[in-house]
Design a protein around this ligand. Structure first.
Ligand code: SAM
Length: 262
């Protein structure tokens, strides 16, 4: 069974892999908390095709790494079970693992899509062993922070963000991670914030094609939010024109909250 996901599309696995240097991400955000101990157990929640979990295995070849996602086909597209990380599917809001099964549990860019993110974080904490580490990584401002934000783009963004919110998406998930982790009872919280999107002036061709794909995958939602496929096309054109302008800045930030399970 596939857990509903706003960006569901055959092309989503390829999009996710293309937009991150997984080894660099693991080096920056996970390496400090990944145990050196052989057999250390690590869980990636909302793993997509498992590209980040594979990088964890490259960093700690003796670890037992599980890539977990709501879409079994996307997971399988990353490779067969047994080669690389173990691949398991299900719902992050009811993880199919025993209490205290993992030394490190992390989630990258999933929580923003789940309205019940408090439940998912509580589940992540539950399956982490006492003394183990939970790492939450998510964005703040994606899609909505631009300068200048002209009236045309503003008029388009309003109904789209309303529709996204109704579908459970929160563009300010990043800033909420600290409070969510605190309320879950995680301790020794460490908060870090880094630039994520940063497009000053004309967007480069690689990033532009990534945005084109993202907007194309989001096209059904845009059409529903704006009333017609034609209105969705006009919104895509206006957004890409904004990114193509020498005069505009678009940005978002990524929050990383690391905590210890008591
Ligand atoms: C934006 S992708 C992030 C993938 C990967 N973590 C990365 O950083 O590239 C979000 C992933 O979360 C998964 N997802 C969304 N809601 C989920 C849920 N309730 N349970 C499990 N996975 C879920 C989706 O299937 C999707 O693969």
């Amino acid at each position: 069974m596939t857990v509903p996901y706003l960006m569901e599309d055959q092309r989503e696995a390829g999009r996710l892999v293309a937009k991150v240097d997984a080894d660099a991400w693991v080096h920056t955000y996970l390496d400090p908390v990944l145990p050196q101990t052989p057999g250390a157990r690590v869980l990636d929640v909302g793993a997509g095709p498992g590209h980040i979990a594979e990088a964890v295995l490259r960093a700690r070849s003796a670890a037992q790494v599980v890539a977990f996602d709501g879409n079994p086909e996307r997971l399988a597209s990353g490779g067969p079970d047994g080669a690389g990380p173990l691949r398991r599917s299900g719902d992050a809001r009811a993880l199919p693992f025993d209490d205290g099964s993992f030394d490190v549990v992390y989630s990258r860019l999933m929580l923003q899509y789940i309205a019940e993110r408090d439940v998912a974080i509580a589940e992540m904490a539950r399956v982490t062993r006492p003394g183990g580490t939970v790492v939450l990584f998510d964005l703040d401002g994606q899609l909505i922070w631009h300068d200048p934000l002209g009236p045309e783009l503003s008029a388009l963004l309003e109904p789209v963000t309303t529709a996204l919110t109704a579908a459970g998406f929160d563009p300010h998930t990043g800033r909420r991670l600290y409070g969510l982790a605190h309320r879950t009872g995680l301790t020794d919280l460490d908060v870090r914030v880094d630039p994520y999107h940063l497009i000053a002036g004309r967007i480069d061709p690689v990033q532009r094609s990534q945005w084109e794909l993202k907007l194309d995958i989001a096209r059904p939602l845009l059409a529903r939010a704006l009333g017609s496929p034609q209105a969705a096309q006009e919104a895509v054109d206006a957004f890409l024109a904004h990114l193509d302008s020498e005069e505009t800045l678009t940005y978002s930030v990524a929050f990383t909250v690391t905590g210890r399970r008591v």
